[in-house]
Ligand binder design. Structure first.
Ligand SMILES: Nc1nc2c(ncn2[C@@H]2O[C@H](COP(=O)(O)OP(=O)(O)OP(=O)(O)O)[C@@H](O)[C@H]2O)c(=O)[nH]1
Ligand SMILES: [Mg+2]
Length: 621
């Protein structure tokens, strides 16, 4: 985080308590800080931005100072707080690993944890009995099938950096989880299988990253297998993903002829060794320089090819440009083999060096409505002194013994400390945070302190939902957490009628995670699930059995899509409800939805009732 220095100087000026009612807030603060609070006339005043030098501050800092000014007993100095906060922000990296299924995200995550010192021995995705399983695939179904079903959050320290790493599932049926996670990170690590190149899901993920200009570093994996020539993989990425590639390492050979990677920045060759048994390899050999005769000795015939490749890159390659990477126009590329611990150390070193520290994000102020029905918008910087954070994920039963639900909150600004009182704006309630958690996948531990970029878990019993915003005082809502329209529907059947209560509880809790939606028809007692991807139904049945002891199955149901219905025209709405009663259902939040049996039926309902609004998604909150 760059600082002009002026902000601190100004903030360090002592505030004086205003004489009551003598000035308005803004006038008082402007008088106390003539420079700091000069409002930028070119900005709409509703944006509530304040300038100091070339830095802008959101209204959070403004309100924070005001609060301090009013409650102040002694003079108050902000500068040490701000400096400490900025220091902590600067050493944080929060990123997601994304890719098409099976490219090796979980395997790479395990190795990043290994090199980060968070684990001593790496497990594998498909562990044989008694051998160790990959840390981030902790759910029973993930272990059985060797695929990731839900995002795992892991926090570890590497080289002085605090890293928040999120291993996402690749399968498109779980992509709503991945998309939400992408709103909570500052950068992404894209994994590509060298034999497959860019795949369908890679393109979709890239589109989501592009919407937010998320900076991306690429790891081309599985070099120990026969794959596409590296130049072809890069051309594939450039052609299909529309981002320019800048290799920072280059492979020497591949498959059985894979000998190692050449680090283009350090100008040294690291030789590949497949002997590691899940531990860090220490016996790599480093050769300095591309001209050294040692190249032939270690690489044999592959040396000439490597020299030719390197010459080509020197003549025709794009130079690395940090600004372009941060603007998501360029992606640095690494080659390696995650399962063999190869190329991982260089990746981690460069990732922490290049990736952006926690960034600010847009928000709206719900207490400042505008004439057009929207709210005043603002931008919250991570070094705003008031704490703010947004919940992007809910996970039930992470610890079956405790049976609690965990809300994952990304800290957006300010400092978290144990005992901090936060306002939960949707309910208007105050929450005393004594038991916030940090994670190593399924393992958790309490935390006393956390900073912007950190992901903390708030244990709760159903009060917190995806999209909820927390701040110390100021009403604020972070925007941009997507919600998804279900495309597939199933009726849940229970094998043992005595377990109805457990099933209801299980379905309600799992629906709160946002991966499936639960509908209760107005005319019967059925439980209908809607999901974006079919695999979600299997996950629910498996989790009902594993976490709630309920044996369930599915029946088809006559619905093709759900539309949330609203209307300002009471008479027409009542008429609509009477007419379509058999196809109406309440979702888990009690919102009314029309489960259309066919696209044609939906169209005719829309024509018949022009005053009824049919929304594709229900706004989160
Ligand atoms: N040969 C080879 N296989 C690898 C390498 N890295 C991962 N694999 C294998 O690829 C398969 C998929 O790996 P995962 O790490 O589960 O892939 P993922 O991207 O997490 O998959 P999903 O989470 O299900 O999308 C596993 O069988 C791994 O052992 C590698 O470097 N070389
Ligand atoms: Mg995985």
């Amino acid at each position: 985080m760059q600082s002009t220095g002026r902000g601190e100087r100004r903030a360090a000026i002592y505030l004086r308590r205003p004489r009551s009612g003598a000035w308005s807030r803004r006038a008082f603060l402007k008088k106390s800080f003539p420079d700091f609070f000069s409002i930028d006339r070119s900005e709409q005043s509703t944006k509530m931005l304040y300038r100091s030098g070339n830095r802008e501050y959101s209204s959070l800092l403004y309100n924070f100072l005001w609060g301090k000014a009013c409650n102040m007993k002694t003079d108050f100095n902000l500068a040490p707080d701000l400096a400490r906060l900025r220091e902590e922000i600067a050493r944080r990296r929060t990123f997601a690993i994304i890719s098409h299924p099976d490219a090796g995200k979980t395997t790479l995550t395990e190795k990043l944890l290994l090199f980060g010192g968070a684990i001593q021995l790496a497990g594998t995705v498909k562990a044989r009995k008694a051998s160790r399983h990959a840390t981030s695939d902790w759910m029973a179904m993930e272990k059985e099938r060797g695929i990731s079903v839900t995002t795992s959050v892991m926090r570890f320290n590497y080289n002085g950096y605090e890293i928040n790493l999120l291993d996402t599932p690749g399968h498109q049926d779980f992509s709503e989880d991945t998309y939400r996670v992408l709103t909570a990170v500052d950068s992404a690590l894209l994994v590509i299988d060298s034999a497959k190149g860019v795949e369908a899901q890679t393109k979709k993920l890239m589109d989501v990253c592009r919407m937010r200009s998320t900076p991306i570093i690429t790891f081309i994996n599985k070099l120990d297998r026969e794959g596409l020539p590296p130049l072809d993989v890069m051309a594939d990425i450039e052609g299909h993903l529309g981002i320019s590639c800048v290799p920072l390492t280059w492979p020497a050979g591949m498959g059985s002829a894979f000998r190692g990677v050449y680090d283009l920045r350090a100008e040294e060759l690291r030789l590949f060794s497949a002997r590691h048994n899940g531990r860090k390899v220490e016996d790599k050999i480093i050769l300095q320089g591309r001209d050294g005769s040692g190249l032939e000795e270690y690489l044999g015939d592959a040396a000439a090819q490597l020299r030719a490749d390197l010459e080509l890159l020197r003549l025709a390659g794009t130079p690395f440009d940090l600004e372009k990477y941060l603007g998501a126009e360029q992606t640095p590329v690494f080659f390696g083999s995650a399962i063999n611990n190869f190329g991982v150390q260089e990746l981690l070193d460069t990732y922490t060096e290049l990736a952006p520290a926690p960034q600010g994000r847009p928000a709206v102020f719900p207490d400042k409505p505008l004439a057009d029905g929207t709210y005043a918008a603002g931008f919250i910087e991570p070094d705003d002194l008031e704490f703010s954070g947004v919940v992007f994920k809910i996970q039930a039963n992470m610890d079956k013994a405790h049976r609690d639900r965990m809300a994952f909150l990304r800290i957006c600004s300010g400092r978290f400390h144990r005992g901090l009182k936060l306002r939960h704006h949707r309910s208007g309630k105050e929450l005393n945070l004594n038991n916030a958690m940090i994670f190593m996948a399924q393992e958790r531990s309490g935390t006393d302190e956390a900073y912007p970029g950190d992901i903390i878990g708030l244990p709760n019993h159903g009060t917190i939902k995806i999209g909820d915003t927390f701040t110390e005082r100021i009403p604020l809502k972070f925007t941009g957490i997507p919600s998804f329209a279900p495309e597939h529907f199933r009726r849940v059947r229970l094998r043992d009628a005595l377990k109805t209560k457990q099933m209801k509880k299980g379905l309600e809790q799992l629906a709160e995670e946002g991966a499936v939606q639960l509908f209760r028809p107005l005319t019967n007692n059925d439980y209908i699930l809607g999901a974006v991807g079919l695999l979600q139904f299997e996950v629910i049945i498996s989790r009902l059995a594993d976490e709630y002891g309920v044996d369930g199955s599915y029946e088809p149901v006559n619905a093709c899509c759900a539309r949330w219905v609203y209307s300002g025209d009471k008479i027409q709405f009542e008429d609509f409800k009477d007419y379509y009663r058999g196809d109406l259902a309440l979702d888990a939040e009690g919102a009314l939805a029309y489960l259309a049996p066919s696209p044609w039926k939906l169209e005719s309902a829309m024509e018949r009732y022009p005053e009824v609004e049919f929304r594709v998604t229900r706004e989160i909150n």
